[in-house]
Design a protein around this ligand. Sequence first.
Ligand SMILES: Nc1ncnc2c1ncn2[C@@H]1O[C@H](COP(=O)(O)OP(=O)(O)O)[C@@H](O)[C@H]1O
Ligand SMILES: [Mg+2]
Length: 143
Amino acid sequence: MSLINKMQITFPSRSVNEGFARVSTASFISQLDPTLEEISDIKTIVSEAVTNSIVHGYADREGEIIISVYIYDNRRVRITVKDRGVGIPDIKKAMEACFTTGSEDRAGMGFTIMQTFSDKLKVRSVQNRGTIVTMEKILCPRP
Ligand SMILES: Nc1ncnc2c1ncn2[C@@H]1O[C@H](COP(=O)(O)OP(=O)(O)O)[C@@H](O)[C@H]1O
Ligand SMILES: [Mg+2]
């Protein structure tokens, strides 16, 4: 697997930056000429991961969120979303559908959505150190 291109952005955990993260990731990926559906999938998974860092990771303070996007050969895209927030005590439990530690307006479906719209999802987290979500998506071949 050889790296073709990469980018990284860092921004404070303000909800206004969620849209920025989503659009800038999609914009970087656009060099692969993705389908509208692939762009939409990528926006969705970035949006879920960034929202989690904002509302859960940095629930009671502002902190930095770092997104890295890597483009490998064969149209393989890897996106990592990292925070240095509170971390997740039980990752397996957190990834179950409908599990949330948030208020009642949260559906607990974020990780399920990330799983559905990516080809691979990995979550690493240490309590009081932070969380890193790695998602991979392989784009369809283009003529
Ligand atoms: N970056 C994060 N930092 C701390 N906790 C997180 C993070 N991302 C997810 N979690 C935990 O995992 C749970 C499930 O996340 P998710 O599936 O997106 O559902 P929701 O955001 O609706 O609660 C959250 O309620 C929270 O407890
Ligand atoms: Mg969520």
